[in-house]
Write a protein that binds this ligand. Structure first.
Ligand code: SAM
Length: 182
């Protein structure tokens, strides 16, 4: 999934990317391997601290504490932007997409990988999911309304799996990859 997301953006070494809702740096790791500089944003100090430990000997990462509604990055600053398994956690997904588009340079690319719409309520309680995935059509609409062109929402060909810790429920949810250019 990471390779697919990064290859869709056609990244070039030396350029600047943002990884929003970076967690402990799953996407960032792939970007660094491709020779990019990365601004890593998360609302959680604990996540950023864990990521700093993990990447202690690796340069090229700028860690920033920040929230979906107002990212700590100026307008039109980055060439590429990625957000993996982030969108279903934010309160206002269309606003979060608009904010991600704000920080992209003209010609820059946004790639979001996230869950397709699902019915697994236990993920809300156990994984703090705010949304039970998304319809691909609504993602396409939000990308377009935010001003992106060449919008494509496609299948990654992989699923995200989770076992409920309280019952015997097991979730297997397909993943989409959405991309667009500013
Ligand atoms: C499921 S994790 C995904 C982490 C990472 N992108 C990955 O692929 O492993 C979601 C991350 O988004 C962050 N997050 C959730 N809501 C956020 C918000 N409103 N603003 C900024 N970060 C947020 C969480 O702190 C968490 O690190």
């Amino acid at each position: 999934m990471r390779e697919k997301a990064i290859s869709i953006a056609e990244v070039q070494p030396g350029k600047l990317a943002a990884d929003i809702g970076v967690g402990t740096g799953f996407i960032t790791e792939g970007l660094i391997q491709k020779g990019l500089l990365v601004i890593a944003v998360d609302q959680s100090e604990a996540m950023l601290a864990e990521m700093k430990r993990k990447f202690a000997n690796i340069g090229g990462i700028d860690y920033r504490l920040g929230e979906a509604g107002r990212l700590p990055i100026p307008d039109e600053a980055v060439d590429y932007e990625f957000a993996n398994m982030y969108l279903h956690h934010v309160e206002f997904p269309p606003k979060a997409i608009e904010e991600m588009v704000r920080i992209l340079k003209p010609g820059g690319k946004l790639v979001i990988t996230d869950l397709d719409e699902n019915t697994f309520e236990f993920l809300r309680d156990e994984h703090h999911d705010h949304w039970m995935g998304f319809k691909r059509e609504e993602i396409r609409q939000w990308f377009t309304e935010a001003g992106l062109k060449n919008v494509v929402v496609d299948c990654v060909g992989e699923s995200c799996c989770a076992q409920s810790s309280y019952g015997d429920e097991y979730a297997s949810i397909s993943i989409f990859v959405a991309s667009g250019e500013k």
